[in-house]
Design a protein around this ligand. Sequence first.
Ligand code: AMP
Length: 224
Amino acid sequence: MNSLFFGPNGSGKGTQGAIVKKKYGLAHIESGAIFRDNIKGGTELGKKAKEYIDKGDLVPDDITIPMILDRLKQDDCKNGWLLDGFPRNKNQAIKLDEALKKESMALDIVVEILLDKEIAKNRIMGRRLCENDNNHPNNIFIDAIKPNGDKCRVCEGELSSRADDQDEYAIGKRHSIYYNDTEGTLAAAYYFKELAQKDSSIKYITIDGEPDLDTVKNELISKL
Ligand code: AMP
């Protein structure tokens, strides 16, 4: 199964994606996490990406698109993949669609998580990342997933926050890219929504991202 996951930053997209990845044994390809790993490792790619990420801007398409299209060709993607954070604009959507057609790769499911911008912003500012697994849910503003003191609620790992999650201006910029439905991320989602309307082999699912994680997860699993 090959799938795309859309949702504003703070919608639980990464957490829900991790659940689906596990259930179906998919390769979870998270563009933001690839950049963060490169920044941590001090690679050339990381150095280039950091200046954009810190400001809340998109890393340019000529860096991001080949990086993701190459990743889809790796061995662990043969049994299916889940793309999370890509495509992020209409151009990336068009290039992905072209590449899938060229490689005769099917797209099976597209998930769009719906969430109001203000709620998403508060969630982002409260979230904390576990050193052992970024998908361990920890958020200081959400009772159900409050960290255990200053440690991860799942594994007691050390927690940190992302610099771009604590900067309201950068969050605003990331959201204005996401909610832009002419060129931005919603335009990319709607590009595939239109394809799904013409091609019944692609299923387009919308999920309400406002309830707690378990409710969102159950809605998602029931619609897959
Ligand atoms: P995320 O972890 O998805 O919030 O991504 C963190 C940051 O990485 C974004 O704010 C962008 O700067 C960059 N990034 C992630 N995915 C993409 C993408 N598909 N295109 C361009 N930049 C991206």
